[in-house]
Write a protein that binds this ligand. Structure first.
Ligand SMILES: *Cc1c(COP(=O)(O)O)cnc(C)c1O
Length: 366
């Protein structure tokens, strides 16, 4: 079996340059050399999120970034409304409850994006202190209409948290213009780098609310401490704790590579890759899990149908083609398979072997 190529929705394949950025002597997380890299990463990330606000880059992952965001925006006993589009919406619910707040789930109809009018009605019906949803629901490949949803919440004066862990870097984000309060992400998905970093972008106008929070603040997950450290010592010690320096250097290279290609070009390439994959699957007779217009540019979920279990396809692609795709999630685990087309895999020539591998699997089935 050769080296396996990952078409999973995180971690994704990263380029040689990004891998190489991790090597070298054990670098310090203090001093001007690292500080320059760290500051460049946070400033470049502002372009990805579409904000002039502070972006905290912390050791960890997307789950931690979401927890920091929830802690920043919710007091104990308050209530968050979570648009429930699948697995990661339920992870958000656990995070909210773990922070001592209440979570109300608003189900999103299967295969469709969350409906802004449905959100408006839910906000009329009860007192809600925070609206949370995923930008892309990675378990189903749904792209939510962030701008429209955020506008409804803003009209009602409710802050908005958007989990963009799998979306950032694959599709446009304008969090300031859209009125999103906090947007989160991680290094290992659409940003095409290695795991190890959680990202929390905070719109400027939200700090007042964060500073006024009543509940006890936790040390490491308190976003205020990260911002204050950055402001006080950005030239020599910009982070609160020891950083995984190698992951920061890798992300720095990944972001600069992406910006050299240009964000608009990159987003268009991801959408084309998605369209190619969907067309190819439909030609083979498959149905997509998400309706046209709401399909994520970085990951596609395909209904396997009754002919086979998706775990058989996943295993066959690894064994016969050294390609790894993903199965479904939860109740749909065996009925759905997912192909990520992010980063260097977001182009037709990279996806062709996946399509022909699936064809090969089908031809052996009959
Ligand atoms: C992957 C993912 C997460 C979790 O990120 P980790 O870095 O694994 O903690 C959260 N939300 C979404 C939408 C994701 O795709």
């Amino acid at each position: 079996m050769g080296l396996i190529r990952n078409f999973t929705p995180g971690p994704i394949e990263v380029s040689e340059e990004v891998l190489a950025a991790q090597y070298g002597s054990q670098a310090l997380h203090v001093g001007s050399e690292f500080s320059k890299v760290y500051i460049r990463v946070t400033e470049n990330l502002q372009q990805f999120f579409g904000t002039s606000g502070h972006v905290a880059v912390v050791p960890g992952c997307g789950t931690l970034a979401n927890e920091m965001a929830v802690r920043a925006l919710l007091d104990e006993g308050q209530t968050a409304l979570i648009l429930d589009a699948g697995y990661f919406s339920n992870v958000l619910k656990k995070t909210v409850e773990g922070c001592g707040a209440k979570a109300v789930l608003l189900p999103v109809p299967e295969g469709k994006p969350a409906d802004p009018e449905m959100l408006r009605e839910a906000l009329f019906a009860q007192k809600i202190d925070l609206v949370c949803f995923t930008h892309v629901e990675t378990s189903t490949g749904l792209l939510n209409p962030v701008e429209k949803l955020a506008r409804v919440a803003r009209d009602e004066g409710v802050p908005v948290l958007v989990d963009s862990v799998s979306a950032l870097g694959t599709c446009p984000s304008q969090m300031d213009d859209w009125g999103v309060s906090i947007m989160t992400s991680a290094s290992q998905k659409g940003l095409e780098s290695v795991p190890g970093l959680g990202l929390v972008a905070v719109a400027d106008h939200v700090w007042q609310q964060i500073e006024a929070k009543q509940s006890p603040r936790c040390g490491f997950t308190d976003i205020l401490r990260w911002r204050d450290q950055y402001d006080a010592a950005r030239d020599w010690h910009p982070s609160l704790t020891t950083m995984p320096v190698a992951s920061v250097r890798a992300l720095d290279v990944a972001l600069r590579k992406i910006l050299t290609e240009g964000l608009d070009t990159r987003y268009a390439r991801h959408s084309e890759a998605r369209d190619y994959l969907c067309r190819s699957m439909q030609v083979m007779g498959f149905e997509m899990q998400i309706q046209v217009g709401a399909r994520a540019p970085g990951v596609t979920a395909v209904r396997a149908g009754a002919a086979f279990q998706s775990s058989d396809l996943v295993a066959a692609l690894v064994a016969d083609h050294s390609i790894r795709i993903a199965g479904g999630f939860g109740a749909n685990r065996e009925e759905v398979f997912r192909v990520a087309h992010m980063g260097d895999n977001a182009n037709i020539s990279a996806l062709r072997p996946v399509v022909s591998g699936i064809k090969d699997f089908l031809s052996r089935k009959v």
